[in-house]
Design a protein around this ligand. Structure first.
Ligand code: DX5
Ligand code: ZN
Length: 216
């Protein structure tokens, strides 16, 4: 079964708690937490304080996506009772293997992400260590961008690599997913779909979440 992870980057922050209740009622499986530092990506979003404001307000596990330089300095801040995954970017980690081990040592599932122009081969020596691979289908930094089709080729190739090597990591896709392209994305074989503007941009966020969940 595929999981839906709405990204709160596109939520109305003035009523974040209510917005999260809507996706919870709609059946969302994860809350995607987009953390941006203005260095790794050309935008600043929010940090652990905003994420932690949701603790006790929702049962949905957190899927943390760190689009920041030196993520190893900040991993601990994102460890909470709701945190299921912490994902770092291959491009941001000089010592990727060490950073992945540090996340796992904290009892959290460790993910690695690659940008649209980064080859899957950069992950050759880390795939057997990770719990999740996040394929970016937009250039990270902003919600509401168009889906980059080559991401689906990456997903398909990654699935084959996983099968051939008998590995267990999950595959996540992030950026530009809409109700229109969701079927194709699901067919490519992703395990987790992130959707930001397509969920929180809807007039009725709960109904839109349900529509996504029903198609996954
Ligand atoms: C992009 C973020 C995405 C983004 C997705 O930098 O990592 O998670 O919020 O938003 P949409 O679904 O609007 O492309
Ligand atoms: Zn993201």
């Amino acid at each position: 079964m595929m999981k839906l992870a709405p990204s709160i980057l596109s939520a109305d922050f003035s009523k974040l708690g209510e917005q999260v209740t809507m996706i919870e009622n709609g059946g969302a499986h994860l809350i995607h937490i987009d953390v941006m530092d203005g260095h790794f990506v050309p935008n600043i979003s929010f940090g652990a304080t905003v994420m932690k404001s949701l603790l006790g307000k929702t049962k949905i596990p957190f899927d943390v996506h760190l689009m920041i330089e030196n993520p190893e300095f900040f991993i601990k801040e994102f460890v909470t009772e709701n945190t299921e995954y912490i994902t770092v970017h291959q491009e941001a980690c000089i010592h990727l293997h060490r950073t992945i081990q540090e996340i796992k040592a904290l009892g959290i599932k460790a993910g690695v992400s690659i940008n649209p122009a980064t080859s899957l081969s950069t992950l050759d020596y880390i795939l057997e260590e990770v719990d999740l691979v996040l394929i970016m289908s937009v250039n990270p930094g902003f919600g509401g961008q168009n889906f980059i089709p080559s991401a689906l080729e990456k997903v398909k190739a990654l699935k084959e690599i996983r099968e051939y090597n008998n590995l267990k990591f999950e595959i996540e896709i992030d950026g530009g997913v809409t109700l229109e392209n969701l079927k194709e994305v699901v067919a490519a074989g992703v395990d987790i779909v992130v959707a930001g503007s397509a969920v929180f941009g809807a007039e009725n966020v709960e109904e839109r979440t349900k529509a996504f969940v029903n198609l996954t």
